[in-house]
Design a protein around this ligand. Structure first.
Ligand SMILES: [Zn+2]
Ligand SMILES: [Zn+2]
Length: 219
């Protein structure tokens, strides 16, 4: 959180790109100078350094100092959903193999003997173990959703972008380079991320963020 006490420190952390974050802008709510990459959170009503997004699940802003915890949280959440899916699948497969269900036959509506097929097997398992099959379906969907979101968050971490910057990227680009103002021969202009300095440097920034208390102790 940016306050009067740490404002000066945060102003020096990141360079202004003059596209998304222009210099010498004050936050209209806090009346503090806005450091580059910061944003005022309307839910929490304070300015956050390296603002990513306001997370409704943890009911807090995700910014410079807690992006690492958010990443670990998402990673463990995905891992637990995926392991539940693996354990439930292993249980059902084991059950089918041990009871040799796939070798069974059944009598259909017309009175004919039928060999067990996959659809009938799933139907049988659902009727016999409804909670386990329902749980499996649920954790599988959850694993895919969380896994997809985790990939997106890892991509942002690796390329040193915040969700806020990723979202605003196209918008800022359009403002700076409106289509009408561009001559037809002009090369397409791409918004340059000035904060990315290689994968390890980007990850280090998330796991060891700049900290004014730490700076003070060092002196
Ligand atoms: Zn503010
Ligand atoms: Zn917030």
């Amino acid at each position: 959180i940016i306050t009067k006490a740490n404002e000066l420190f945060f102003l020096q952390v990141y360079e202004y790109d003059e596209v998304m974050f222009p210099k010498n802008v004050r936050c209209s709510s806090c009346d503090l100078r806005k450091p580059a990459r910061s944003k005022h959170c309307s839910v929490c009503n304070w300015c956050v350094h390296r603002f990513d997004h306001h997370c409704v699940w943890v009911n807090n802003c995700i910014g410079a100092w807690n992006t690492r915890y958010f990443l670990i949280y998402l990673l463990t959440l995905t891992a637990s959903a995926a392991s539940m899916a693996i354990v439930s699948t292993a249980f059902l497969v084991h059950l089918v193999v041990v009871s040799e269900l796939y070798q069974e036959t059944y009598i259909d509506d017309l009175g004919h003997f039928q060999v067990m097929d996959t659809v009938f097997l799933i139907q049988y398992l659902f009727l016999t173990f409804p909670r386990i099959v329902f749980l499996l379906g649920f954790v599988m969907i959850l694993s895919f959703l969380l896994g997809g979101y985790l990939c997106f968050v890892l991509y942002l971490a690796a390329t040193n972008q915040t969700t806020n910057e990723w979202y605003r990227g196209d918008w800022a680009w359009c403002q700076r380079w409106p289509l009408v103002a561009q001559p037809p021969s002009a090369e397409p202009q791409v918004y340059q991320n000035i904060h990315s300095h290689g994968l390890w440097s980007n990850l280090r920034e998330i796991f060891l963020p700049a900290n004014p208390h730490y700076e003070k102790k060092k002196k």
